[in-house]
Design a protein around this ligand. Structure first.
Ligand SMILES: Cc1cc2nc3c(=O)[nH]c(=O)nc-3n(C[C@H](O)[C@H](O)[C@H](O)COP(=O)(O)OP(=O)(O)OC[C@H]3O[C@@H](n4cnc5c(N)ncnc54)[C@H](O)[C@@H]3O)c2cc1C
Length: 476
C-alpha cells in the first residue's frame, strides 16, 4: 500500500497521470525483460523534466522511500526493477525516465548531440544518421534500451572493438543526486581537467549514485560500405588468432562476434534455415563486420586467408541481414526454447583473450556437470562470452564454478551487463575489500540515506574468502 502522503506529494510534483499506482499499470515496470526478476513498487513515477526528477528525489528522501531508476527495462541483472518482496525494509518507487526524451540538433563539427536519458539507442542512431553520421553503440535491445540505462550499465555491444564502451561515448552528463541537487555539464568539452569528471564517475554506477537526466553524446562517421562475413574456425584458439590478424590488418574492422556451434544450431532451428558455415564441436562461428568510406570487401577476404574457404561474405543489405540474424536472434531463440519454463540463467563474463579457450572449457564442464544446455556467444575481441544455461538445475553452483575460474584467469564477472542484484554475491571475487570499502564510502557520501537502488552493487561483507560459495546466494 502506498503511503498516501507520499503519493499525493508525488502527484503534485509530476501530475496525476504520471504517478501509476494501479497494479495493472505498474506491472510492466515491476518485472524485468527476462521475467526472472520481480518486485513491488508503491508507485511508478514518470517525471518529464530534470526539475521534476529533483522534486521526486527530495520527496522520497524526506519520506524514506527507496528509488529504483528505470529506463527501457532491458537490463539483464535485476537492477532496474524493485527488489524481491521481503528483501527490503522500506517501500520503493520506480522512477521511470522514459518521458525524459528529446534529442538536440546534432553538431556535425563537434560530432555530438544532446539526448534526454529516456531517448532510446535507436533514436540516438536515427538522429545521427539524419545528418550523415552514426551512433558508436549498437546492440539487439536498441529499440527499448535508453541512453540513461546504457550509461548506468556502461553498455557495450558489437562496436566496442572500434569505438569503445558507453564510457567512451559520454562527453557530458546531467544528473540529479539523491537530495535533488543537479550536477554535471552538457557542454561536451573533449578536454577538461577541472576536478572530478562526472561522466566517468556515473558511467557504470547502475543508478546507485544519481539519476542521469541527459547526456552529451559522441557521434561517429556513417560508412557507405559495409561487408559482413560469417566464418567457421576449428577452435576458439584459431578464432582468437584470426581476430588478432583482422585487427592488425583492417582499419575498417567494426565487430567480431563469436557464436558457439550449439548457439548456431539453436538459432538456425529458430530461423528455419541452416547457417552457411558449420564449425566443428569445440570450434566457433565468427560474425565479422567491416565498414568504410571505401569498399573493404577485398581487404577482408584477403585478411581471412585460408579461412575464407569456410565463410559466407555479403555486401547486399538483405544478405547481410540474413547473416546478422544468426547473431542477433539467439536471445529470442533461447527464450522460445525455454518458453513456459524457467528463463535461461545468464552469465556475462570476460577474460584476457589468451584465456578464452580455457574459460570455454570450464563453462562446458560446469554445464555438463549440471546437465543443462549451454548456449554461448558474445563479443570476441573483448574476450566477452555470454554463457546461457537452459534448464539449469543448480545455477548457484554453475555461477560459483565459472565465476571463480573467471577471476582466477584474470577476468571480470560482468563485462557489460552490470552487477545489479544478480551478481552481488560474487563481487568480492574481482574487487578487494579496500576497493569495495572505498566504493561504499563514495556512495554513502552522495546518498547518505541510501535511497538510490539499494541492494544493487552492494555485496554482502566479503569475509567469505575468494573461492567460497556464498551461503545464501541471491541466485538470479
Ligand atoms: C536482447 C537483448 C540484448 C542485449 N544486448 C546487450 C549487449 O550487446 N550489450 C550490452 O551492454 N547490453 C545488452 N543488453 C542489456 C541491456 O540492454 C543494457 O544493459 C542496457 O544498457 C539497459 O538499458 P535500459 O534503458 O533498458 O536500462 P534498465 O534495464 O531500465 O536499467 C538498467 C540499470 O540502469 C539503471 N538506470 C536506468 N536508467 C537510469 C538513469 N537514467 N539514471 C541512473 N540509473 C539508471 C537502472 O536502475 C538499472 O540498474 C541486452 C538486453 C537484451 C534484452
Amino acid at each position: 500500500v502506498a503511503p498516501p502522503a507520499v503519493v499525493s506529494d508525488l502527484r503534485s510534483a509530476v501530475g496525476d497521470a504520471h504517478v501509476l499506482v494501479d497494479e495493472d499499470a505498474r506491472a510492466g515496470y515491476e518485472t524485468d525483460w527476462s521475467g526472472r526478476y520481480t518486485g513491488r513498487a508503491v508507485a511508478v513515477v514518470r517525471p518529464g523534466t530534470t526539475h521534476e526528477v529533483a522534486e521526486v528525489l527530495r520527496i522520497c528522501r524526506t519520506a524514506g522511500v527507496d528509488v529504483v531508476p528505470q529506463g527501457g527495462n532491458t537490463g539483464l541483472v535485476g537492477g532496474g526493477v524493485p527488489r524481491p518482496e521481503g528483501s527490503t525494509e522500506r517501500p520503493a518507487i520506480v522512477l521511470s525516465t522514459r518521458r525524459l526524451g528529446g534529442v538536440s540538433a546534432a553538431d556535425p563539427d563537434a560530432m555530438q548531440l544532446t539526448a534526454g536519458a529516456g531517448v532510446t539507442i535507436a533514436e540516438w542512431q536515427a538522429a545521427a544518421r539524419a545528418v550523415g553520421l552514426d551512433a558508436p553503440l549498437d546492440f539487439a535491445a536498441r529499440d527499448s534500451a535508453t541512453v540513461g540505462g546504457a550509461i548506468a550499465t556502461n553498455a557495450g555491444g558489437s562496436r566496442v572493438l572500434r569505438f569503445g564502451t558507453m564510457r567512451s561515448q559520454v562527453a557530458g552528463i546531467e544528473a540529479v543526486l539523491a537530495d535533488g541537487r543537479v550536477v554535471g555539464s552538457l557542454a561536451g568539452l573533449p578536454k577538461e581537467t577541472a576536478g572530478l569528471h562526472w561522466p566517468s564517475v556515473l558511467t557504470g554506477s547502475e543508478g546507485t549514485l544519481a539519476v542521469v537526466t541527459a547526456a552529451r553524446l559522441r557521434l561517429v562517421p556513417r560508412f557507405e560500405h559495409v561487408v559482413t562475413a560469417l566464418v567457421a574456425t576449428a577452435s576458439i584458439g584459431e578464432a582468437v588468432d584470426l581476430t588478432g590478424r583482422l585487427r592488425r590488418q583492417l582499419g575498417s574492422l567494426d565487430s567480431v562476434e563469436i557464436i558457439d556451434p550449439a548457439a548456431l544450431a539453436l538459432v538456425g532451428g529458430h530461423l528455419g534455415r541452416a547457417a552457411p558455415v558449420t564449425p566443428p564441436p569445440g570450434g566457433a562461428a565468427l560474425l565479422v563486420e567491416c565498414a568504410g568510406h571505401v569498399d573493404p570487401t577485398s581487404d577482408l577476404v584477403a585478411a581471412l586467408g585460408d579461412i575464407a574457404g569456410d565463410s559466407a561474405v555479403a555486401v547486399d543489405p538483405l544478405q547481410r541481414a540474413h547473416l546478422i540474424a544468426f547473431r542477433d536472434r539467439i536471445t529470442e531463440a533461447m527464450n522460445q526454447a525455454s518458453a513456459g519454463g524457467v528463463p535461461p540463467f545468464k552469465l556475462d563474463v570476460a577474460v584476457p583473450l589468451g584465456a578464452l579457450e580455457e574459460l570455454a572449457a570450464v563453462a562446458r564442464r560446469a554445464a555438463a556437470d549440471d546437465g543443462c544446455r549451454l548456449i554461448a556467444f558474445g563479443h570476441l575481441a573483448e574476450g566477452n562470452l555470454h554463457l546461457n544455461h537452459l534448464g539449469a538445475r543448480d545455477p548457484a553452483t554453475i555461477a560459483a564454478t565459472v565465476l571463480s575460474a573467471v577471476a582466477d584467469l584474470g577476468g571480470t564477472i560482468s563485462a557489460e551487463h552490470g552487477i545489479g542484484i544478480a551478481k552481488t554475491p560474487w563481487l568480492h571475487l574481482v574487487r578487494s575489500s579496500a576497493d569495495l570499502g572505498a566504493q561504499a564510502a563514495v556512495r554513502a557520501a552522495l546518498d547518505p540515506a541510501g535511497i538510490l537502488n539499494p541492494g544493487v552493487l552492494a555485496p554482502r561483507p566479503p569475509a567469505i574468502g575468494r573461492a567460497a560459495t556464498p551461503t545464501a546466494p541471491q541466485v538470479p
